[in-house]
Ligand binder design. Structure first.
Ligand SMILES: NC(=O)c1ccc[n+]([C@@H]2O[C@H](COP(=O)([O-])OP(=O)(O)OC[C@H]3O[C@@H](n4cnc5c(N)ncnc54)[C@H](OP(=O)(O)O)[C@@H]3O)[C@@H](O)[C@H]2O)c1
Length: 299
């Protein structure tokens, strides 16, 4: 049973029967962590879904699995799905799910282009089966000279509602910073996880300065964090804010108010529910976040 779908009264009964922990009770019915997009102020649920690698083959088993994951996202209050023109067939898989389940209005769809190429944009919209994307990102920025002029033009035409840039290549972060400063996009997407915190001193403060929302790619370091704690119990001091390792790792990131949303990738609806539950209950404060860093550094 998902803790997010049972009421306080159900919990009281279950707790009486000692079936759930007091922490789970504290998280039930709690309001979701929502974050405002700095440009425009729209509020989005702070846990979304990434589609790299997991949805990249457009066949029946993948579409079925992907539909169950997207259903778990929306059933638990999430909206944001991040994809890209280069993630194999992921845009087409997502497009089929959106069309079949009539999900367009329930999702905030972010995709990425390698360059400001109108044909590539047309292909993405056709594969997604939508007329307007919520966020269009210039993928893997690598040069200080890259411009968002075409993306802004598409925004004016109503083809995208927000524009952004991305990179997870640290050698290219100087270019990301230069483009962020000059172009002031609505969003920047970068990699950040409990064991990969370089952006805390560089891109996060800059994003706050220029008023860019921040999407967090690779929040589990491509699963590296789960491998590091395999066979280990969640420490007691963390149980006041997390019910699982997934929530522990995501809540560290959400504990930084500069983060707009995290986009963990998963092909497992149970994992999606677990990740979405990181939007419920308390977030770690600065002392607890320091303790989380010490814990992971000692692994
Ligand atoms: N340049 C860029 O813009 C860029 C680059 C890279 C990635 N990204 C974005 O970041 C997203 C996330 O990246 P990612 O998927 O590679 O890495 P990730 O989110 O750091 O980790 C995904 C891994 O964690 C596992 N996992 C997820 N939730 C779990 C849970 N609750 N419990 C246990 N295991 C769990 C997944 O396995 P299961 O499938 O078994 O759950 C998968 O192996 C991508 O989809 C993409 O949208 C952007």
């Amino acid at each position: 049973m998902s803790t997010s779908r049972i009421t306080r009264r159900d919990f009281a009964v279950l707790a009486g029967a000692a079936l759930v922990s007091p922490v789970a009770i504290a998280q039930t019915d709690a309001p979701l962590v929502m974050r405002a997009i700095p440009h425009g102020g729209e509020r989005v649920a702070a846990v979304g879904l990434g589609t790299a690698r997991v949805f990249d083959v457009n066949d029946e088993p993948t579409r079925r699995k992907a539909a169950a994951v997207v259903q778990a996202l929306t059933a638990n209050g999430g909206r944001l799905v991040d994809t890209a023109s280069t993630y194999g067939d992921a845009e087409a898989v997502l497009g089929a799910i959106i069309a079949d389940a009539g999900l367009r209005d329930k999702l905030f769809i972010a995709t990425k282009l390698e360059s400001p190429n109108a044909e590539e944009l047309k292909r993405s919209l056709a594969r997604l089966k939508i007329a307007e994307v919520d966020l269009l990102q210039l993928h893997n920025v690598r040069s200080t000279q890259q411009s968002l002029a075409a993306f802004r033009g598409w925004k004016e035409q109503g083809i995208c509602r927000h524009v952004g840039i991305t990179s997870t290549y640290h050698r290219d972060y100087p270019a990301v910073e230069a483009v962020l400063k000059r172009e002031k996009p609505d969003f920047v997407q970068i990699d950040y996880s409990l064991d990969n915190r370089a952006v805390e001193k560089s891109i996060l403060p800059l994003a706050a300065d220029v008023g860019a929302g921040v999407l967090i790619a690779l929040p589990f370091g491509r699963g590296r964090l789960f491998r590091a704690v395999r066979g280990k119990e969640l420490p007691d001091w963390a149980r006041v804010f997390a019910n699982s390792w997934g929530q522990f790792f995501l809540k560290y990131l959400l504990g930084d108010a500069r983060v707009t949303a995290v986009i963990p990738g998963t092909a497992d609806p149970g994992h999606m529910t677990d990740n979405a539950d990181a939007m419920r209950g308390p977030l770690p404060d600065s002392d607890q976040r320091r303790r989380m860093v010490d814990f992971v550094e000692a692994l």
